[in-house]
Design a protein around this ligand. Structure first.
Ligand SMILES: Cc1cc2nc3c(=O)[nH]c(=O)nc-3n(C[C@H](O)[C@H](O)[C@H](O)COP(=O)(O)OP(=O)(O)OC[C@H]3O[C@@H](n4cnc5c(N)ncnc54)[C@H](O)[C@@H]3O)c2cc1C
Length: 282
């Protein structure tokens, strides 16, 4: 079977460890097991992954919608699911989107519509409103609006895959894809929130157990020069270092005579110098 974006491989994470953590930032290294997948990659490619939602958030949302989760819903181009399955694996629920506001407005009495209608005509205010809210927040602000599971499923967006630059060369780490991931965390309306994919990887994936649907997203032009005698200059601050770890591993394997310059920047040398031992040893 050939795996790809439309048919992702159910990989597992074989190792996960923290590269750096302080009170503002958390960056992790993940080793994704792609053995027996037939997936192939080269330095410069990215790994796409489809994250799942937080079951706690799904439960809260079901409660807000007065739904059990057992209801059936149909998702365009995907098929039929229970509402809980749709919320867990297919619909974006950790952040609200613009599409939701029109059906919401239609369910409100005239007096309650004004503020949302104003937002729809002011892009900046709308972005500010949506950036800090999810559907639990919005439904809490408009408790008279009632959505059936199907109406809700039709009114929110689907989960789109997240891409991560591959931080390993395939010859150095056969059957593995390494990732360098900065976890998105913030607090809004007194609830702690996390990015969908980075929160999934950091908080909900159990090593060797949880299936993470993945595919390879090949690069178009971000490649190592074929001529190994050419010098290369790489500039990769923060997690931007990821593809260059792959480049350097590949250059070492290829044994070319070209020089490698890596320019890396992060906040603190002591705590956020990712892969310090490896880079100093090179
Ligand atoms: C080609 C490519 C390669 C990439 N490689 C890497 C990589 O190697 N490593 C890596 O870590 N990332 C990488 N990324 C980024 C990655 O794809 C994700 O976008 C990122 O990890 C966030 O995903 P998420 O699902 O966790 O966050 P999402 O759920 O998508 O949420 C992110 C959003 O949260 C919001 N947000 C963040 N902080 C706050 C706040 N304080 N208040 C309110 N809202 C906030 C912002 O609007 C932000 O856009 C890459 C992206 C691309 C396109």
């Amino acid at each position: 079977m050939e795996y790809g974006r439309k048919n992702p491989f159910p990989a597992t994470i074989k190792e996960a460890y923290c590269l750096a953590r302080d009170n503002v930032k958390e960056t992790n290294h993940y080793i994704v097991d792609i053995a027996n997948s037939g997936l192939e990659y080269k330095p410069g490619d990215s790994l796409g992954l489809f994250p799942h939602n937080d079951p706690g958030l799904v439960d809260e949302l079901l409660q807000k919608l007065s739904a059990s989760g057992e209801e059936g819903v149909e998702l365009k181009r995907k098929g039929e699911f229970t509402f809980r399955e749709a919320l867990m694996e297919h619909l974006t629920i950790h952040r609200a989107n613009r599409k939701f506001l029109k059906p919401l407005i239609a369910k409100l009495p005239a007096n309650d519509r004004k503020e949302l209608e104003r937002l729809l005509s002011d892009r900046t205010a709308l972005d500010q409103y949506l950036n800090v809210r999810d559907y639990i927040d919005i439904l809490g602000e408009y408790p008279t609006a009632k959505f059936t599971p199907q109406e809700f499923a039709d009114s929110v967006g689907g989960i789109t895959p997240r891409l991560y630059s591959i931080a390993s060369a395939p010859g150095t780490h056969p059957d593995e894809v390494h990732l360098t991931v900065a976890v998105v965390r913030y607090n809004s309306f007194e609830r702690d929130r996390a990015g969908l994919a980075t929160g999934f990887l950091a908080d909900r994936v159990t090593v060797d157990e949880t299936h993470v649907p993945v595919f390879i997203q090949p690069t178009r032009g971000f490649v190592i020069p074929e001529d190994g005698s050419r010098d290369i200059i790489m500039v990769g601050p923060g997690t931007g270092i990821a593809p260059f770890r792959a480049f350097l591993e590949q250059r070492e394997m290829d044994g070319g005579k070209g020089r490698n310059w890596l320019i890396f920047g992060e906040w603190f040398e002591k705590t956020t110098f990712f892969y310090e031992d490896e880079f100093r040893a090179w």
